[in-house]
Design a protein around this ligand. Structure first.
Ligand code: 3HC
Length: 286
């Protein structure tokens, strides 16, 4: 897995961040999305983020250009043929991910590793769609990917130890700190984090405090860099709802029920920064 290009499938916020960190580690990346506009937008966003680093003297223009040269855009899955590692970061919906993984199979050799960047969908469920489940693993990145140091590496019942070891080495090589966990709804991170966000939504809907005050309590009282409602807007309210639904159905406990207000906001299309409105309003640059 040391040579060859890394495939990143899905050019949304997570896919673009993953492509950036891989390219910054001087590995070639093929960034694939069916929508050429999304791939283009992701590449523009990466260039803008790197340009800010150059402006702050934290990267040279040469380093920026060599990073950008490591990223190739693509719109077809067959272009991934020959990649030793493909990371999917498509929309967080089991059917969407399963369908993508099925379509990917003709282009995966038996030695290639396929990794899923999922927030809460069981890796074992997703592995039912791949030809070589022993080479399938969860690789859970955090938003904003270029900043957040953790990669949660999720091992399903079929994932081989060598696969996990290779992903741990790769995560270290791209400057991340991997933590290996077993497959369980929400893994560790989202089992802890998203119920806190959900509880904040309950507190808001019960009129206990305003959004601003709830966030201030957690920023100043618990030293969280962002309050839970600001964080929900960053993650995306739809993703938060998917995580709560996965915890509720997967663990079967009422304490994981999604807050009705969260569901209503998602139904109304208030998804946070990506739609410029969630618990807060954002300008167009969100
Ligand atoms: N995308 C890319 N980079 C971003 C960014 C974004 N949306 N927002 C901020 N950054 C970068 C900035 O460019 C800057 O980078 P630099 O140091 O290289 O210049 C760095 O982050 C710090 O930015 P700022 O100084 O502007 O802002 P802050 O100091 O306020 O930090 C923050 C911003 C890093 C977002 C911080 O508030 C934070 O850590 N928040 C918590 C984020 C978090 O918990 N993320 C995990 C969410 S859970 C998840 O993703 C899992 C999923 O499955 C749900």
């Amino acid at each position: 897995m040391n040579g060859g290009f890394v495939g990143v499938i899905g050019a949304g916020i997570m896919g673009s961040g993953i492509a950036q960190v891989v390219a910054q580690a001087q590995r070639s990346v093929l960034l694939v999305d069916r929508s050429p506009e999304l791939v283009e937008r992701a590449i523009v966003a990466i260039r803008e983020r790197l340009a800010r680093r150059v402006a702050q003297d934290r990267m040279t223009s040469q380093e920026m250009e060599s990073t950008m040269a490591n990223i190739r855009p693509a719109t077809r899955l067959d272009e991934l043929k020959g990649s030793p590692l493909m990371v999917e970061a498509v929309y967080e919906d089991p059917q969407v991910k399963l369908q993508l993984l099925r379509e990917l199979q003709p282009f995966c050799s038996k030695d290639a590793i396929v990794a899923s960047n999922t927030s809460a969908i069981p890796i074992s469920l997703l592995s039912s769609a791949v030809a070589y489940p022993q080479r399938f693993v969860g690789m859970h990145f955090f938003n904003p990917v270029p900043v957040m140091k953790l990669v949660e590496v999720i091992k399903s019942i079929s994932t081989r130890d060598e696969t996990v070891e290779e992903i741990v080495s790769f995560s270290l090589a791209i400057g991340k700190t991997p933590v290996v966990v077993s497959d369980s709804p929400g893994f560790v991170s989202n089992r802890l984090l998203v119920p806190m966000i959900n509880e904040a939504v309950f507190a808001l809907s019960e009129g206990i405090a305003s959004s601003e005050d709830i966030d201030t309590v957690m920023k100043l009282g618990a030293n969280n860099p962002m309050g839970p409602l600001e964080l929900a807007d960053l993650i995306g309210l739809d993703t938060c709802l998917h995580v709560m639904e996965a915890l509720h159905s997967g663990l079967g406990e009422d304490k994981y029920r999604p807050a009705p207000m969260l569901r209503r906001m998602v139904e109304s299309g208030l998804l946070g920064r990506k739609t410029n409105q969630g618990f807060y309003e954002y300008g167009n640059s969100g």
